[in-house]
Design a binder for this molecule. Structure first.
Ligand code: WT7
Length: 662
């Protein structure tokens, strides 16, 4: 490092707030500091501005209907179609502009560019193919696809005919697919033959077929052929399966009128992990969700039609839904899709893409930023990243060091960084700085967005003082919020509302949304999110339920009992630590360890793979028989344990500690 660099690092290190760059503010979509007050004074009508970003088939009668809490409704009486909003309405002015720019993992493969005109064609034909297959309005269509253009096309095709989609992350296991298809009674699956991961073709259809074996009802499948002949796997399709290309080709030139959907009609379901083993089917609607995705894309990501916007998430997660597909396309911009990982073939792949396509925004995750930091600055330094205007991060807390590295080495100190807190359930961003308005404080996501009412409370419901840890709560409904958990209103109320609401009240003001995150707030209203307070882990920005992993482990032959906790991990944020008691007659062997890891991968996927499997004769339990998870976390993190004498079995602690230290 040169002396100049060292000086710069020292200056950055000492600095704890950053003004938005002047050059950014001058051109920002939102730059009026008065917006916070205006929204507060004009709530809920402030959200008419979000709805105004969309084209409505029928104008809505009422902005917000809070008459049946917590089943809130937005833009009631309105009708619209999400695919018409993301595609058709841009044809006149932007038909020849690029809607989706897709980059495959192999560097010698041509990228695929879809103009709005071409996307329109593809979406219409796909919609016609889905109808031909029998998909009707309100039928749930499951998609188990990696980052290929057909995934976005299929989502929009579903939206066009009013069929909610349920996208299952391609990295999830066959079992996870089956669970989700069964839970949603989904009779249709869209998948593909395979895709590329770090240079190798990966067989995806065999996994999809294993999943289908676990589905309890009849299904129809369309299979996208992604791999070229040379890399293809020999798959035989059965009678219920058709090649996507054949089904779509048969509809060449078809026009499908977008179905007018009620604002409150379901646009999609997204399954996410919760405290119990059963994943939660988060239901999002057409009007509220799409308005939220579009407004936050406009106000926070500062997306303009001329941009080339790059979000490196996977569409299999909510980030990709809201900020690769729906938000950016609703605004008529160019959205990038990248199939591969950031380190293939080299650790500069993302920077190469940013340079080549002149990306204007980059939205990624702290886990990726930590990896970039570790790999070193030579990779970004080798590329011209000056097209970038804004940087974003999402998925987990970002530590100030990583934030500053991102700001300096990727943004060249001229791009605001938005640290966006939100969840699958919120539909879109909730807490973050408005990049053209607010100063940034590394390590804190920022204030709640205008019109969003966040408070940090203690267990009794009192506001905590600035600087003290408490629980993040959202006091007012917002258009993008989940409406319920699919076919489980009761769990919806219990999971998100019971904690802080007067559940007997029919006044919406008595209801408070609880995201299950810990947080603190400073004097300026900046919120630092501290992490989940339920039994949910955040591994590389992906949400995993400890119960799901535990039930996978106890399903392995030879395991009697298991407890899973999160331990700190330099790259992943959190990693899975599994404490396992073997059954009588089984030895604590490496083979059993391997079987446990394989069992977790089969039940959930490689993202849930335990970092360490620790055998123990007993789990530390309280006198009342509760597993002391906190203690297991401390052991995983190698922390001081304090008093363990209240345990029923204090002796077990030392023996566990010994193993973790190994
Ligand atoms: C959980 C939601 C939001 C899309 C990706 C994850 C954590 C998310 C941040 C952030 C601190 C964050 C929270 C939240 N989280 N963003 N900027 N700072 N924590 O969606 O899988 O629904 O997970 O991710 O704990 O509750 P998800």
């Amino acid at each position: 490092m040169s002396d100049d660099d060292t000086e710069l690092e020292a200056r950055l290190e000492a600095q704890d707030s950053f003004e938005p760059p002047e050059s950014f503010v001058e051109q920002a979509n939102v730059s009026d500091p008065g917006i916070y007050e205006q929204f507060d004074e004009n709530w809920p009508e402030c959200w008419d501005g979000a709805a105004d970003l969309l084209d409505w088939e029928t104008e809505y009668d009422q902005t917000f209907d809070g008459s049946n809490p917590p089943f809130f409704e937005w833009f009631t009486g309105g009708e619209l179609n999400a695919s018409a909003n993301c595609v058709d309405r841009h044809l006149e002015d932007r038909g020849d502009e690029v809607a989706i720019e897709w980059v495959g993992e192999p560097t010698d493969e041509a990228n695929r560019t879809y103009t709005y005109e071409q996307l329109h064609r593809e979406v219409n034909e796909a919609a016609a193919a889905l109808r031909e297959m029998g998909v009707g309005e309100d039928d749930v269509v499951t998609m188990y696809m990696p980052m290929i253009p057909e995934l976005a096309i299929a989502m929009l095709a579903c939206a066009r005919i009013g069929a909610p989609h349920s996208v299952v992350f391609a990295g999830f296991s066959a079992d996870a697919l089956a669970t989700r298809m069964n839970a949603a009674d989904s009779e249709y699956l869209l998948t593909c033959d395979g895709y590329y991961r770090r240079g190798d073709p990966l067989d995806h259809l065999t996994k999809a077929n294993e999943g289908l074996d676990g589905v309890e009802h009849d299904t129809e499948t369309l299979v996208v052929n992604r791999l070229p002949e040379a890399d293809s796997f020999d798959h035989d399709l059965d009678d219920s399966q058709t090649l996507w290309a054949d089904a779509v080709y048969a509809q060449k030139g078809a026009e499908v009128e977008p179905v007018a959907r009620d604002a409150e009609d379901m646009l999609f379901l997204m399954y996410t992990s919760g405290t119990t083993g059963q994943p939660k089917g988060v239901k999002h609607t057409t009007g509220g969700y799409l308005s939220w995705a579009a407004w936050t894309s406009h106000a926070v990501l500062d997306i303009k039609p001329e941009d080339t916007y790059f979000c490196s998430a996977d569409i299999g997660w909510i980030t990709g839904h809201s900020y690769i597909v729906y938000g950016p396309l609703a605004l008529g911009t160019t959205t990038m899709m990248y199939e591969g990982t950031p380190d293939y073939p080299e650790r500069d792949r993302l920077w190469e893409i940013v340079e080549e396509y002149e990306a204007t925004q980059l939205y990624t995750a702290p886990t990726a930023i930590r990896a970039f930091m570790k790999w070193g600055t030579e990779y970004p330094d080798a590329h011209d990243l000056s097209s970038l205007r804004l940087l974003g991060t999402v998925g987990e807390p970002i530590n100030p060091r990583a934030w500053k590295w991102y700001y300096k080495h990727i943004g060249d100190e001229s791009c605001p960084v938005v640290d966006t807190w939100w969840q699958t359930e919120t539909g879109g961003m909730m807490v973050t700085t408005l990049p053209g308005v607010k100063e940034m404080k590394p390590g804190s996501a920022g204030p709640a967005l205008p019109g969003v009412d966040a408070e940090i409370l203690d267990t009794t419901g009192e506001k905590v003082d600035a600087g003290r840890a408490g629980y993040l709560t959202i006091q007012k409904p917002w258009p993008g919020m989940l409406r319920t958990l699919y076919q489980n209103d009761e769990r919806f109320v219990n999971e998100y509302w019971r904690e802080y609401s007067d559940t007997d009240s029919d006044d919406w003001r008595d209801w408070t949304y609880f995201p299950e995150d810990g947080a603190k707030i400073d004097e300026d209203g900046y919120i630092t999110v501290l992490g989940r307070v339920d039994d949910v882990l955040n591994v590389s920005g992906h949400r995993l339920g400890t119960m799901e992993i535990e039930s996978a482990i106890v399903g392995v032959d030879g395991v009697a009992e298991a407890a899973v906790v999160g331990g700190d991990h330099e790259m992943k944020g959190e990693a899975v630590y599994a404490y396992v008691i073997t059954e009588d007659g089984y030895d604590e062997t490496e083979a059993l360890r391997d079987a446990i890891v394989a069992g977790v991968e089969d039940a959930i996927g490689p993202i849930a793979r335990p970092e360490q499997v620790i055998f123990t004769p007993e789990l530390p339990k309280t006198r009342s028989g509760k597993i002391m998870r906190r203690l297991l976390e401390d052991i995983a993190n190698g922390e001081e344990l304090g008093d363990t004498s209240t345990l029923r079995n204090p002796d077990v602690v030392a023996s566990i500690q010994e193993q973790v230290g190994e």
